[in-house]
Design a protein around this ligand. Structure first.
Ligand code: SIN
Length: 518
């Protein structure tokens, strides 16, 4: 993990008049903007947002944000805490009555404007993603397109929040169900999709008529802050989106978001242990929750698969964002009849990857987010190798950096750590299997169940295996599931609720009205 000094003594509290600290803030902000090299440098915000005001932390402390490809400073953001979180929640509560009363058409129009602005600033937003997350610029562009698509989708979903009329068995009675926004929503997002994990939640919340307090990740806050700026330009009123940036105070901030009686829903994407922690806190007020937690995706190649498609699928599924997505393949099961060919062709492909700075055109794969991520991949490789696995390609980190050479391990034994824990890095672990029943048992032998994939041309097997895999999402002859229109989410310990698709329902309450005496 890169060293993160806290510049608490340098930046001062919020500023009301021109003072040395105003000019210091402006300098810090313009230096950060210059480091990103954007066409519109005003997209770089280095303060949190509460009730329409860009603010520093009350005690002036800050968090250093670095580029994982170079470890160079990108800028600083405020280290906010409990007091700022309470203010943000109050601001969201104050904005709720008017925002929730806007028409669905008005919210649709604002979200479509937001969508248009995300497209207009495509180059800049993609560059911010690449600089703070490390993924390649092509992936950054892909993420911005994906991220914007949630705004478009939920703009349209706002118009489809229909209620229903239910015929009553009682004479003179009419049953009607309407849908209403839940209220203030707390949103906590991860660094692996700095933009798309915000819009997948925020789009649904805004479309439903909810107001929000967002805690973006400290590693990648600038995409989130740029989105907040675009939301303002699109016409989202003050207080509807509030952003509290924090790192050290995350426990206090998260606790308040989950336990506040004002907050009516918590939406989180991140690890299963943190989801469990938040679930416990949110239970104190029995608020609604959506959790998109960890995965450990099986990727199965049967002997009747189209091998070209299966290899292409494995490459995208395993190595997208250098293996740092919750839906990346974690365990690759290959039938013994095609194992040798699959392994050598995949190894050839992976050996041709070029790891490097995501801004360079020739780079195919960027760095991991920080040193801890690099250590985890090394630990999984060392463990598997000590139990008999062999390294076909890669196997090592690039010294003194966050880069890890894309790796393929073959003959990974069942008791290897990586079969139990998500690696979240560029490590493809190949396991040989013999029968359909055996591989389904192996695939399901985990506490989590987010995504699973398999390749087979047999239609009967396709139905059987898809039905038996214990996951929320199955890719059949594809390694890529993600789209804004699908119900994204898991079962078992991978989470609760669905995002995208009809996920707006997670931000609305159904209210029954029973009319009598008719
Ligand atoms: C995630 O990694 O949590 C999300 C991946 C995606 O939306 O494709």
């Amino acid at each position: 993990m890169p060293f993160r000094p806290v510049y608490s003594l340098l930046l001062k509290p919020p500023l009301r008049s021109l003072s040395p600290s105003v000019s210091f803030y402006r300098m810090a902000s313009s230096q950060a903007a210059a480091r990103f090299g954007l066409k519109d440098s005003s997209l770089i915000k280095t303060q949190g947002l509460i009730d329409g005001k860009w603010l520093d932390a009350k005690d002036g402390s800050t968090i250093l944000v670095t580029n994982p490809a170079t470890n160079e400073e990108l800028g600083t953001i405020p280290e906010m805490g409990l007091a700022e979180t309470k203010e943000a929640i109050d601001a969201a509560a104050k904005a709720f009555p008017s925002w929730s009363k806007t028409t669905a058409k008005a919210r649709h129009d604002i979200l479509m404007k937001f969508y248009a602005l995300m497209n207009e600033h495509h180059e800049d937003l993609s560059r911010i993603i690449t600089l703070e997350n490390g993924k390649t610029l092509a992936e950054g562009k892909g993420e911005n397109t994906y991220s914007a698509s949630f705004m478009e989708w939920f703009a349209e979903e706002a118009l489809r929040t229909y209620g229903e009329q239910i015929p009553s068995p009682l004479p003179g009675v009419r049953n009607v169900v309407i849908k209403q926004p839940v209220g203030v929503v707390a949103i906590l997002t991860p660094w692996n999709f700095p933009s798309a994990m915000i819009t997948r939640k925020l789009g649904a919340a805004l479309a439903a008529g909810c107001t929000t307090v967002i805690k973006p990740p400290p590693e990648t806050p600038f995409s989130a802050l740029a989105l907040a700026e675009l939301a303002r330009r699109a016409g989202v009123p003050d207080g509807v989106i509030n952003m509290v940036t924090t790192e050290k105070n995350v426990r206090d901030v998260g606790k308040e978001m989950c336990e506040s009686k004002i907050v009516k829903k918590v939406s989180f994407t991140g690890s299963t242990p943190v989801a469990k922690l938040l679930a416990g806190m949110a239970a104190t007020t029995l608020k609604k929750v959506s959790f998109e937690a960890g995965g450990n995706a099986p990727f199965i190649v049967f002997d009747d698969a189209d091998l070209d498609e299966a290899i292409a699928g494995a490459v995208i599924c395993k190595f997208r964002s250098s293996g740092q997505t919750c839906v990346c393949a974690n365990r690759i099961y290959v039938h013994s009849g095609i194992y040798a060919e699959f392994a050598s062709r995949l190894a050839e492909k992976v050996a041709s990857f070029k790891v490097g700075n995501g801004l360079e055109e020739s780079t195919t794969h960027g760095p991991l987010i920080h040193g801890r991520a690099v250590e985890k991949v090394s630990r999984h490789i060392d463990d598997a190798v000590s139990k008999g696995a062999q390294i076909l390609v890669g196997g090592k980190a690039v010294p003194n950096s966050n880069f890890f050479n894309p790796t393929i391990l073959s003959d990974v034994p069942a008791d290897a750590l990586l079969n139990q824990e998500e690696t979240f890095g560029p490590l493809a672990a190949l396991v040989k299997f013999e029968t359909e029943d055996e591989v389904i048992k192996l695939a399901n032998a985990t506490d989590v169940g987010l995504a699973g994939y398999f390749f087979s041309r047999d239609v009967g097997r396709a139905w059987r295996v898809a039905e038996k895999l214990e996951v929320g999402m199955v890719g059949i002859n594809t390694g890529l599931l993600s789209q804004s229109v699908i119900p994204f989410g898991g079962i078992k310990e991978s989470g609760l609720g669905r995002e995208g698709g009809h996920g707006i329902a997670e931000y609305m309450n159904e209210k029954l009205m029973v009319f009598g005496g008719i």
